[in-house]
Design a protein around this ligand. Structure first.
Ligand code: ARG
Length: 627
């Protein structure tokens, strides 16, 4: 895996060594960087220009027909030179390099196509040696940066809605992505486990709680209790809202009925009353226990279950005193507020920091949590994967940290937002818990699988397969578009084996696994690759696949910049389509070209499966070997 090994190997292929070095190059992890390094070094002799800039001007193309890498001549910012003419000139002067065909000038671009002769010899051993770590960066422990990724974060005793589902799916991906890029990642689940709604839940529990039901189905029962008491509370809440809208004082309304009971219980919690806290803790512990099991179904584990309740009161006090001292917050009718318009952020309006009854707010708890985490983890970045409905909320949080006099800390905070899922409950019926959503998708998937009776009969554990593919279906649907877009929940489309949906991706992986199994049974086993004759992989179909496989580390790098799961997914579908059009042409068992061709292709498919699987796992999808 080291550079000397790579150099020796390239030397064996007739490449001059050492590999030229560039600051942005990572040839040990990214085969495209081997190509970039050699091409940039050759160009360097032809152009009078900063060599790092030459390197960075070698970019990926949008389609393989435009080349594997392209030099964007205008990016070199050379004065006096006409880009088109320079491109043509460079094409004619470019030296012979075994790695690439002679470059082609197209307008102001210089297109490079990887030589199909060298391609399999570089790419296959490269992937084969790295296997599951192909696409990963490795960083020494001392140099590792640390990211906190906070995601999922449901509210105890409340519905697990589509926003939480998206946060879970996208958040798990972002965490994997940072890890893949060599970061140390802390996965945090910041539960909604504090606040007045907990007061209301406790009031509801006194009336409708059942120990038996709590034991049998804790999440469901707590939700039922909450929903019931909340319905009773609604009219009081509406009356208070109306009073506020009409400019009347709400204090009187809130001093009676469920309002008063709710607030009193929450006040007891905030004052540290042991009885109130014991009840709250029981609900919290029981809920976390269940969450752990359900996330496991998605292959997700959190390093920390924290929550709004866990913010250190001393830190809350510290944050408040800084904000008061700096004149950021001000008293307002018994509460403390921040009027952002007085601090150069008019668009953020006014926010309550501490409520009239003296209780903390969501905002204050979040700000204090940041200070706590900065001390505890000394992170380089903290990412909040939360719906775009909270866009301005997070702007307020980050602005508040800045106003406290911590601009560097504020600069490390990032809100990774996403749009809405439309019509999930219309399409799935009543879904309130994560387990409901997953169950319904698995059963819809199971129905689709049953429609192919012959295949269905061969599946040894249909329940498990339906669960995995059903989950893949939801995830792929969620990650297909740009994060910020809303999308309609479409159970028929997402569970279909046709089109770019989850089942097709799994089908593709399972098919590759089956090709390998059948090849081995027929005595075609590429083993460690020593006996492979790469000259069987110089044809167009093999080259098209290999060229795509070579892109994977760059695609991961792009996703790291835009934090879009669709970047990875789009690539995987391109790979899957290329594979689908290869099977008839590139046969393994029974290949008319003989055993040598079969062996080389078996290696090609096995490495393609590796790349596909790496991409799926990065997205948080568990690839299946049979379906
Ligand atoms: N529990 C919140 C909700 O359901 C999401 C928490 C987001 N994270 C945060 N640090 N505020 O809306």
């Amino acid at each position: 895996l080291s550079l000397p090994n790579l150099q020796a190997y390239l030397e064996g292929l007739g490449m001059p060594t050492p590999v030229p070095t560039f600051p942005a190059a990572d040839p040990v992890h990214n085969p495209n960087d081997i190509y970039r390094s050699f091409i940039a070094a050759a160009l360097e002799n032809l152009i009078d220009c900063d060599r790092a800039l030459v390197y960075e001007s070698l970019q990926l193309t949008s389609t393989p027909s435009k080349g594997d890498l392209v030099l964007v001549v205008p990016r070199l910012r050379l004065k006096d030179a006409k880009a088109n003419e320079l491109a043509a000139e460079l094409a004619s002067e470019f030296p012979v390099l075994p790695l690439v065909n002679p470059p082609l000038a197209r307008d102001s671009f210089l297109q490079f196509f990887y030589s199909p002769k060298i391609l399999p010899r570089v790419i296959l051993p490269f992937i084969h040696e790295r296997r599951a770590s192909y696409g990963r960066r490795t960083t020494s422990e001392q140099k590792k940066k640390r990211a906190i990724v906070e995601f999922s974060s449901p509210n105890i005793a409340k519905e697990f809605h589509a926003g939480h589902l998206r946060s879970t799916i996208i958040g798990a991906f972002i965490a994997n992505l940072y890890e893949t890029m060599g970061w140390d990642v802390v996965r945090i689940n910041y539960l909604g486990d504090w606040g007045k709604q907990f007061g209301l839940l406790a009031v509801g529990w006194e009336r409708y709680g059942s120990e038996e039901l709590l034991k049998a189905q804790p999440l469901k029962h707590l939700l039922d209790v909450y929903v019931r008491i909340n319905a009773e509370f609604k009219p009081e809440e509406a009356a208070s809202k109306q009073a506020r809208d009409e400019g009347r004082d709400t204090a009187e309304i809130e001093s009676r009925g469920l309002f008063a009971e709710r607030n009193a219980f929450f006040k007891r919690m905030e004052d540290g009353d042991p009885g109130a806290l014991a009840l709250w803790k029981r609900f919290r512990d029981i809920s976390i226990e269940r969450y752990i099991d359900i996330y496991a179904r998605l292959g997700i584990t959190f390093d920390v279950y924290t929550g709004e309740s866990q913010v250190n009161p001393a830190t809350v006090a510290e944050a408040e005193s800084i904000l008061k001292e700096r004149g950021v917050c001000e008293p307002d009718k018994g509460s403390w507020i921040i009027d952002f318009s007085k601090h150069g952020a008019k668009h953020l309006g006014t926010a309550i920091l501490r409520g009239r009854t003296g209780t903390t707010t969501y905002l204050l708890r979040d700000v204090a949590a940041i200070l706590d985490r900065a001390k505890q983890y000394s992170f380089d970045e903290m990412l909040y994967v939360v719906s775009s409905e909270q866009d301005s909320y997070f702007q307020r949080v980050f602005k508040t940290v800045q106003l406290m006099g911590y601009p560097d800390l504020a600069a490390k905070l990032k809100h990774v937002n996403f749009g809405k899922v439309m019509g999930m409950s219309t399409r799935l019926g009543k879904v309130e818990l994560l387990s409901d959503i997953l169950d319904k998708c698995a059963s819809a998937m199971h129905d689709v699988m049953r429609t192919n009776a012959v295949k269905y009969a061969q599946v040894s554990d249909p329940d498990a397969v339906a669960d995995t593919i059903g989950i893949t279906a939801v995830m792929v649907q969620d990650m297909s578009g740009k994060r910020i877009n809303n999308y309609p929940f479409d159970i028929t489309r997402m569970t279909s084996f046709e089109g770019d949906a989850g089942p097709y991706l799994q089908y593709c992986h399972a098919r590759l696994a089956s090709i390998s199994r059948k090849a081995k049974q027929a005595g075609i086993d590429p083993g460690d690759g020593g006996d492979i004759d790469y000259s069987y992989l110089e044809d167009d179909h093999s080259a098209a696949l290999l060229r795509l496989m070579a892109q994977y580390p760059d695609v991961v790098g792009t996703a790291f910049k835009n934090l879009e799961p669709s970047t990875i997914l789009t690539y995987l579908f391109r790979l899957a389509h290329q594979l689908s059009s290869s099977y008839d042409v590139l046969q393994v068992v029974g290949a008319p070209e003989g055993h040598g061709a079969a062996l080389a292709r078996a290696a090609l498919y096995e490495n393609a499966r590796q790349v596909l699987g790496n991409g799926m796992r990065l997205l948080g999808i568990k690839p299946v070997d049979r379906q």
